[in-house]
Design a protein around this ligand. Structure first.
Ligand code: ATP
Length: 322
């Protein structure tokens, strides 16, 4: 891969990168593979809820991480590991290894994507960190090389790097960009149900076993989903979107059924659990409808947020030296 840094990084230089959270507009889960992962076919959409990573060169060789205080509103933020289990730390260590960089870095994460919410927040942190360290250390890796590193870190990391809309095969990491010329408007409804992704997949396997519906072959995406996206037609998309994990998420967190019902009653064109949940994404006809729907959901005691997508993938938004 790339050689050593062309010039030594300046101490006190900070590179800021933001990377988006995602929803899986269509998520088809195939059989469990011998490696324990499931073969999936996913239509990813990057939405306007961004994680931010500030990477600062520090003396020494350590990789450290902290979480910006302003974002510590969610109790789940306190559970994020700040050691080598943190995906951003793993991303920085991987970049240091492949670019043969020996200096230290401090990563400050501003978390906006709900933690353990099924929206790939940790993956966005990892993607943002790869790009920030590449810039900070002048590693000069291509987007393709960064995408390879991203896939080593996790199934959703390559998409957080790419952004936009894309079909993901394999475990979701084999990406093909999809045409999505128009913005789609959504309302995200947070939940403190706390669902672990492996637990949701295990529940899906149990449900399928019990129903005798275990698939033998990987499942394909419905081509109508791609057509609706290409046409920017929210109503057509509402008829075909769906998530195979949804029954499993609801079985583990039954309160999600009430959120889905409220969304339908208050005018959402469609609703779905995002990824493994528990965040729920409600599709609205347009921006005004999304704001009205968010207000109506909040009036019922939900915590909701209007967003839109597609938006860009990981992008440098600042580079300063103190
Ligand atoms: P998954 O990618 O497992 O589907 P998710 O999108 O539902 O996850 P994340 O916010 O990415 O949710 O967090 C999943 C778990 O990963 C958390 O419970 C946390 O302990 C761990 N984790 C590791 N690094 C991070 C990070 N930088 N930000 C958030 N969580 C992290």
């Amino acid at each position: 891969m790339a050689g050593a840094a062309v010039r030594p990084p300046l101490p006190g230089r900070t590179v800021r990168v933001r990377a988006p959270g995602k929803i899986n507009v269509s998520f088809r889960v195939g059989p469990r593979r011998p490696d324990g992962y499931h073969a999936v076919a996913s239509l990813y959409l990057a939405v306007s809820l961004f994680e931010e990573v500030s990477a600062t060169s520090v003396p020494g060789t350590d990789v450290t991480v902290s979480i910006a205080t302003a974002a510590q509103h969610s109790p789940a933020v306190a559970d994020i590991p700040l050691d080598d289990r943190n995906l951003a730390v793993r991303a920085a260590r991987l970049m240091a290894e492949v670019s043969e960089h020996a200096g230290g870095v401090h990563l400050e994460l501003t978390k906006r994507v709900p933690v353990a919410g099924g929206m790939g927040g940790g993956s966005a942190d990892a993607a943002a960190t790869l790009l920030a360290c590449d810039e900070l250390w002048n590693s000069g890796l291509s987007r393709e090389e960064l995408a390879h590193l991203a896939a080593e870190l996790g199934a959703d990391v390559p998409f957080a790097l790419l952004g936009g809309a894309a079909v993901g095969l394999g475990v979701g990491d084999q990406l093909t960009p999809a045409l999505a010329p128009n913005q789609l408007h959504w309302v995200l409804v947070q939940s403190d149900a706390g669902l672990s992704t492996p637990a949701v997949y295990a529940q899906l396997d149990r449900l399928r076993e019990a129903a005798g519906t275990k698939p033998d072959e990987p499942r394909a995406l419905d081509p109508d989903v791609l057509s609706a996206l290409r046409a920017g037609d929210a109503k057509a998309l509402a008829r075909v979107l769906g998530n195979d994990l949804e029954p499993a998420s609801i079985a583990l967190a039954p309160q999600l059924a009430g959120v889905l019902a409220d969304g339908a009653e208050l005018g959402a064109l469609a609703s779905l659990v995002s990824g493994s949940g528990p965040t729920i994404a409600l599709l609205a006809e347009g921006e005004d409808e999304a704001y009205a729907l968010a207000d109506a959901m909040d009036a019922r005691g939900h915590q909701s947020l209007p967003v839109h997508g597609p938006v860009h993938g990981a992008k440098v938004i600042g580079d300063i030296t103190r």
